[in-house]
Design a protein around this ligand. Sequence first.
Ligand code: SF4
Length: 178
Amino acid sequence: MVQKMKLATAWLGGCSGCHMSFLDLDERLLELHERADLVYSPLMDIKIFPENVDATLVEGAVANEDNRELLVNIRRNSKLVLAFGDCAVTGNVTAMRNTLDRDEILSDVYGKDGPGMNSALSSPLPVLEPLVTPIHHVVHIDAFLPGCPPDADLIWHVLTELLAGRVPILPEAMLRYG
Ligand code: SF4
C-alpha cells in the first residue's frame, strides 16, 4: 500500500480567508483525501501539533506569542513549511497594526484589567508581539504561496507538487493579484 503524505494546515494571525480558498478546491479535496492524511488543521478538532508531518501550510502572520510558539513547534515537526497567503508571506493585512501604538490601544480596550487581559475570559489573552512579522522572520520557510487569498488553482498546483515529492516552484503565470 502506498504511504499517504501527512499534511497539516495552521492558522496564525490571519482572517481564515486562505483556508476558505483551500476549501475552494471542491472536488479536488476528494483526490487529496485519497493521497494525503490531514493530521492537523483548523478544519478539524486536534489541539496538539503532531510529529513527523511531511508538509504544513501556514496561514497568517506572527501576531502574538501563541502564534510564535505554534510556528516554532510546526517547524520542529514538519519536513516542509510553506507560507500560505500574503499575511504569512509579508505580514499584509495583519501587519497594518504595526503603525499603531499597541500598548495605548490595549489600555483603551481593556482598561483597568491591563493590556492583554480580559476579565470576561477565564484565562489571559495571548500577549501581542510588539510588531506583527511574516513567518520567515521567525523560522525557515521552504516555499511561499502569495495571494490574498491564494487562488485554489495555485493551492492545487502546490499540493500536487508536494504529493509528487517535490518542493513547489510557483509558475509566474499562476501568480495573480487583485
Ligand atoms: Fe486573509 Fe488575505 Fe491574510 Fe489570507 S492573505 S489570511 S485571505 S487577509
